[in-house]
Design a protein around this ligand. Structure first.
Ligand code: ZN
Length: 464
């Protein structure tokens, strides 16, 4: 009797859901091919795409499909073209960016809801961008565009342009590289519909990007050499018959709010003068350099960006986390963006990412240098320690030095503030060498640790 019931049940289950047994099978909806990209560029502001457009022009020659994501619409900052500021300026700059990319034939362009943040501190940018929300948006766009490769700003602090928003775009892109292939990250994006005209679940698929490359905006590029491929900006495009730098410059003309005076100057030059300027150290240089962040398909560090890349989805590659460094029981180290990046490189498996040692920053003088510190006490009793600063001549401690206690098994935040003098003259400021700043921590008459920072004084720099 029981066996008979089982047989009956099996027959019942095998009845087709509809009476369409004799009809052709229906195709299930697939991902929209119009949005498939080979390269996804992730930058912070309208006009940042210019950091990579000479390579983008080359990739277009190779029939690569390119999509671009901007973290912000660039609402702070200057306007050389009109009176519009703030939110109005953001609306103008969105169109400038779209027009610049249209010049190159790129129309798949998106803007995250990040807000233009004028500082060098990536943590302030991430806070002002609503980090969680913009990351969710970027993961969605990675899953929609299914890029083989992502190109973005190098996440790190350097003397250079070093805008916190540029760094934030590199941080977000790296996080999205690690998360978009993970079906448990923003799972509502990869869930199939529960009803017709599904209003919540997005029906995307997880997508593992194969490689991520960075372009640094540091002034001294020596530590990045040999860490990734380089491409000439002077070669002639097969499609346009123009050098790649020229295609990049023609696209850049859309950014009137940011560079009207520069573009007006160019309009007065002959072609040789324009080339000299565009391919100088202050322009694109002769070659465009990349730093390999990660590849989950192998290949060599300096090999072509598309080396080892074959079409098609690959399995999710969970990032390997490097072990936490061993610290003494009582220690001091730089906090803020510096400790964040040390943890970030470790957690994201970016073991080969170049970073200056000691860390460096360019700041405006006169002004204040804030040195955030972590003081760790892993011992079982409260510890007294003394913080002091070793500074260049004419630099003085404003606050934060002296005696402190840290409770047992606690990590405490401290902050030393240093008064910075003015750089002597414009000429001095230009050739100024970075100065070493050392914060020394002593306990029981012994030096327990030092935090070092290299600081360059400038007439003008973004706020710390
Ligand atoms: Zn920018």
């Amino acid at each position: 009797m029981l066996r008979l019931a089982g047989t009956l049940l099996a027959v019942f289950l095998a009845v087709p859901l509809t009476a369409a047994a004799a009809q052709e099978p229906q195709a299930l909806a697939q991902a929209d091919e119009r949005f498939k990209a080979d390269i996804l560029v992730v930058v912070a502001h309208p006009d940042d795409e210019a950091a990579v457009t000479p390579y983008v022009a080359r990739a277009l020659d190779e029939h690569k499909r390119i999509a671009v994501v901007f973290g912000t619409r660039g609402g702070s900052g200057s306007n050389e073209a009109g009176a519009e500021q703030a939110a109005a300026l953001a609306s103008v700059r969105e169109i400038e960016a779209r027009n610049a990319l249209t010049t190159l034939g790129i129309s798949n362009v998106w803007f995250l809801s990040g807000k233009d943040t004028a500082s060098q501190n990536v943590l302030q940018s991430l806070a002002n961008w609503d980090h969680g929300e913009t990351l969710e948006q970027l993961v969605r766009l990675v899953r929609l565009t299914r890029p083989e490769v992502m190109l973005t700003f190098l996440p790190g602090t350097f003397i250079g342009e070093d805008h916190g928003d540029h760094q934030a775009s590199g941080v977000l892109a790296t996080e999205a590289f690690n998360l978009a292939g993970d079906p448990t990250a923003f799972p509502e994006q990869v869930a199939g519909p529960m009803k017709r005209l599904e209003p919540f679940l997005e029906n995307l698929r997880p997508w593992q990007v194969k490689k991520i490359y960075y372009f640094p905006d540091a002034e001294r590029q020596d530590i990045f050499r040999g860490k990734g491929p380089s491409y000439s900006v002077k070669e002639i495009s097969k499609l346009s018959k123009l050098p790649y730098w020229r295609m990049a410059l023609d696209a850049f003309r859309a950014h009137q709010t940011q560079a009207k005076s520069y573009l007006d100057k160019i309009a007065q030059m002959d072609e040789a003068q324009i080339e000299k300027m565009a391919t100088s150290e202050n322009g694109w240089g002769e070659d465009q350099h990349f730093v390999l962040g990660k590849s989950v398909v192998g290949g060599s560090m300096t090999g072509d960006i598309f080396e080892n890349i074959t079409p098609g989805a690959i399995p999710f590659a969970r990032p390997e986390v490097t072990a936490e460094p061993v610290r003494p029981d009582l220690s001091v180290e730089l906090a803020g963006p510096w400790s964040f990046y040390a943890e970030f490189r470790r957690a994201r498996g970016l073991t080969n990412l170049p970073h200056p040692e000691p860390p460096e920053i360019a700041l405006q003088g006169p002004g204040t240098l804030v040195i955030p510190l972590w003081i760790r006490n892993r011992t079982a009793k409260t510890q007294e320690l003394t913080l002091s600063a070793v500074l260049p001549a004419a630099w003085t401690v404003e606050s934060g030095a002296g005696k402190f206690t840290v409770a047992a098994k606690q990590t405490a935040a401290a902050r030393v503030e240093v008064n910075l003098p003015a750089p002597a003259t414009e000429k001095d400021a230009k050739k100024a060498e970075p100065q070493d700043v050392t914060i020394r921590a002593e306990a029981n008459g012994q030096v327990i640790g030092e935090a070092k920072l290299r600081v360059e004084l400038r007439k003008r720099a973004l706020p710390q």
